[in-house]
Design a protein around this ligand. Structure first.
Ligand code: ADP
Length: 771
């Protein structure tokens, strides 16, 4: 490796040393020259003073004698001195005795010398004799040219400086050579050896130390480099060994990975085989579930049809005149049949949950009215010592969105349980709007449920205690179904109960408001209620009547009534009623338990009197109050419990192949005041339609020759009866069935077995009143 001369260490070191030496040498030379200058400057004055002292006596004598000739000689002699350029002698009368001079020397260094010592210096010596020191005789003047001394000084200074430079130069050369020998050369040797060595070959990597440098820094450098070479070589060797091992591991790993990959492939193919098996099993399970659902549907059809017939026929027979014992026996048979139908419905619903087939509707319906209707229907089952009340919040929406059938099931299950397990006290059904839905609360003062049983009762076929079935009957399906329904609607069902103190079931359901509450037109009058403070009636009236604008007061005892002015008395106090009338002119609204209406004579005795059965529905109460307060008819007709069951004169085409079902439906329709035209299958129905107009078609679905679907399709296709309502009658309760009926052109659906009220509601809906 070639290093530039100026970059070499020896050069740099020599340059630095020489520079320092040169600066120091020059400084010392300058100091020496300065000292020399001071002594030269002093020597000028000394030499001239010495000359003046020597000349003092002869010059004094000459002045004393006023001898111009001798004076000339003396001054001429003084001028011989190289530094004197002018000598003058004057006596005490300032007469010049002698004045000699010569030109001064000119040279090129003169200005420098004049600058250092001055151009010339003048000396004078007052003359007197030694024995007459006070007698002034004259003055000797000498002019000195400093250049004589200056040129000598300049010569010496030049030599001094040159000497210094020459010494520096020589020193530089010597040092350069020395440093090269001592430093650069051995280093260059080491560098060359290092450049040529290959650390991967350990045997080649030993450097030789330059001779004579074994113990100095270069020796140490070589030693350290050799040690580094050794450790590098060792490390390289170790790395090579590690690399070899790594390669070996990699190879082994590759072997393992390929073995594992093979295993994975094998297990993958096993897995996909299992997956296929699972998929196959799932498909089979689904098929089985579908088969089960179809089986259930068929089974329900098969069971419902005869049941329908049986119940219908018993109901019809019950309406005819019978001996008391026969009536009782048939009633029991009818009730048992109804329980069987409910059980069948519950089992079917539960199996729908299992098969994931439950489909929820989302339509607007009046939940308040539905709760009142349901409670009304179920009130038949209430003990007369139980007060069933529907407490619906004043601002409860007119209609909400949801599945009315399923909500009715929830209400019906909870209320029928509450009534079943309560012998005395109250059963309240409360409806309140909550954020994002409604809360339905059914509370009772019945037997309650022990805490440990509260979780259990939601399991299918489970009851709170062992004696329940014996004492109260039931299957243990209702709550399981209710909870499943609440869950399916994204709602919750909570229970709060204490054994012996009653229960409170509250269902929170996300049924959103469809139409807000519409407040009825305000009523005017003063209404007094005679009912116990803790009664459901008092609670209901206290909320409803003020909100309808009525002046309302509640009294506990009939004694308080004497002084109270009133337009109408509402009471549930049968006991004191007969004693009240004589002193009371206002009309009375009597609220009784189901089936406890006062017989005709008693009612007439109490006129004006109107009787309403519990639970009071808001609309029925409002209409009754309006009539009683504003219509004021003293002999207003008695309202009977089902105002809906009024006679309807409608012409109905019943298409049904089963003679039992024909009889049942015909009987029910006849009782409702309808005229029935009969057809046993679809084709016959079409013929009947051709012959005479009807208001409604009740169409069985499964019939020989032409089934109900086909017949409906044809009726619609003909275009002749576009407005004619067709209602399917079917025992198949599955949702697909409904869809199928709609697709065939039918308007509505009635599941068999149906009750008379259901049939009436249907006719009321589809056949407009035309009287
Ligand atoms: P079922 O009423 O047919 O027995 P449910 O599932 O409706 O079946 O009720 C299960 C059990 O929960 C009942 O048997 C009864 O022990 C208890 N239970 C339900 N509701 C009430 C209630 N309101 N008061 C007391 N016990 C009740």
């Amino acid at each position: 490796m070639d290093i530039k001369f100026t970059n070499r260490l020896s050069y740099k070191q020599a340059r630095l040393t020489v520079l320092v030496g040169f600066i120091l040498g020059t400084l010392l030379s300058l100091i020496q020259i300065g000292i020399d200058y001071a002594s030269e400057d002093a020597s000028i004055n000394r030499e001239v003073q010495a000359l003046l002292q020597i000349s003092h006596n002869p010059a004094s004598r000459i002045a004393y004698n006023i001898d111009a000739e001798l004076a000339q000689e003396l001054t001429g002699g003084l001028l011989q001195s190289p530094a004197i350029i002018r000598a003058r002698l004057i006596d005490n009368n300032d007469t010049v005795l002698a004045d000699v001079q010569r030109p001064r020397l000119e040279d090129r260094y003169r200005p420098l010398s004049d600058f250092l010592f001055g151009e010339q210096r003048q000396f004078q010596e007052r003359l007197y004799l030694a024995h007459m020191p006070r007698e002034y005789l004259g003055t000797l003047y000498l002019d000195v040219d400093t250049y004589t001394f200056g040129s000598r000084f300049l010569d010496r200074s030049g030599v001094t400086l040159l000497n210094g430079f020459a010494r520096s130069l020589v020193l530089t050369g010597i040092l350069l050579a020395l440093f090269y020998m001592m430093l650069t050369k051995p280093l260059v040797t080491v560098i060359a050896a290092l450049s040529n060595s290959d650390p991967r070959k350990p045997q080649q990597t030993r450097l030789d130390c330059p001779h004579g440098h074994e113990l100095d820094e270069i020796g140490v450098l070589v030693k350290v480099a050799n040690q580094q070479f050794v450790s590098m070589a060792t490390e390289i060797q170790q790395r090579r060994a590690a690399e070899n091992r790594l390669t070996q591991y990699l190879n082994e790993l590759e072997d393992i990975v390929s073995a594992r990959t093979d295993e994975l492939k094998a297990s993958n193919s096993r897995l996909s085989q299992t997956n296929q098996d699972l998929e196959e099993a799932r498909r089979r399970a689904l098929e089985m579930a579908q088969a089960r659902a179809a089986f259930l549907a068929n089974m329900s059809h098969e069971i419902r049809t005869p049941l329908n017939g049986m119940l219908g026929m018993i109901a019809l027979t019950l309406d005819s005149s019978l001996a008391a014992e026969q009536r009782q026996q048939l009633s029991i048979a009818h009730d048992s049949g109804k329980v069987l139908v409910e059980l069948l419905n519950d089992i079917l619903d539960l199996s729908k949950f299992d098969a994931g087939q439950l489909e929820l509707e989302r339509i607007a319906f009046d939940l308040g009215a539905m709760v009142e209707d349901t409670a009304n229907l179920l009130s038949q089952n209430a003990a007369s010592s139980v007060e069933l009340t529907c407490l619906i919040a004043g601002h409860f929406p007119s209609t909400v969105l949801g599945d009315p059938t399923r909500v009715r099931q929830i209400v019906s299950n909870l209320v029928s349980n509450a009534l079943k397990f309560t012998r005395f006290g109250r059963v309240d059904v409360r409806l309140t709007p909550i954020v994002g839905g409604v809360r339905l609360e059914v509370s009772d003062t019945g037997i309650g449920i022990p805490e440990e049983a509260q979780v259990r009762i939601f399991q299918p076929f489970t009851q709170a205690g062992a004696g329940i079935t014996r004492q109260y009957g039931g299957t243990g399906l209702g709550l399981a179904l209710t909870r499943n329904l609440c869950k399916a609607m994204q709602g919750h069902l909570h229970i709060q109960s204490e054994a012996g103190f009653g229960s409170r079931f509250s269902a929170e359901l996300p049924l959103l408001t469809h139409t807000e509450a519409i407040p009825p037109a305000p009523l005017r009058g003063r209404v007094v209620a005679l009912s116990k403070a803790g009664s459901g009636l008092a609670e209901l009236l206290a909320v409803l009547l003020p909100s309808w604008g009525l002046d309302y007061q509640q009294l506990d005892s009939p004694a308080d009534l004497q002084q109270t002015p009133l337009d109408l008395l509402i009471t549930d106090d049968l006991e004191h009623l007969l004693d009240l009338r004589p002193g009371l002119t206002a009309p009375i609204l009597l609220v009784t338990a189901y089936g406890n209406f006062l017989p005709g004579e008693q009612a007439t005795a109490l006129a004006p009197l109107v009787q309403l059965a519990r639970p009071l529905a808001r609309n029925a109460l409002y209409q009754t109050l309006r009539r009683m307060l504003q219509g004021g008819a003293p002999d207003a007709p008695l309202l009977h419990e089902f105002p809906r069951l009024q006679q309807r004169r409608a012409r109905i085409l019943l298409v049904e192949d089963n003679p039992v079902n024909q009889l049942v439906a015909k009987g029910m329709l006849g009782k409702l005041g309808c005229e029935v035209v009969l057809a046993t299958q679809g084709a016959e129905a079409l013929e009947q339609l051709e012959q005479a107009a009807v208001d409604l078609v009740l169409m069985d679905c499964n019939m020989p020759v032409m089934d109900g679907y086909e017949a409906s399709r044809r009726i619609r296709q003909s275009g002749r009866w576009p407005q004619l309502p067709i209602v399917a009658l079917t025992a198949n309760a599955m949702p697909e069935e409904r869809e199928r009926c709609r697709a065939a052109g039918m308007d509505d659906y009635l599941a068999k077995p149906f009750r008379r009220e259901e049939l009436l509601a249907l006719i009321e809906h589809w056949v407009p009143v035309n009287d």
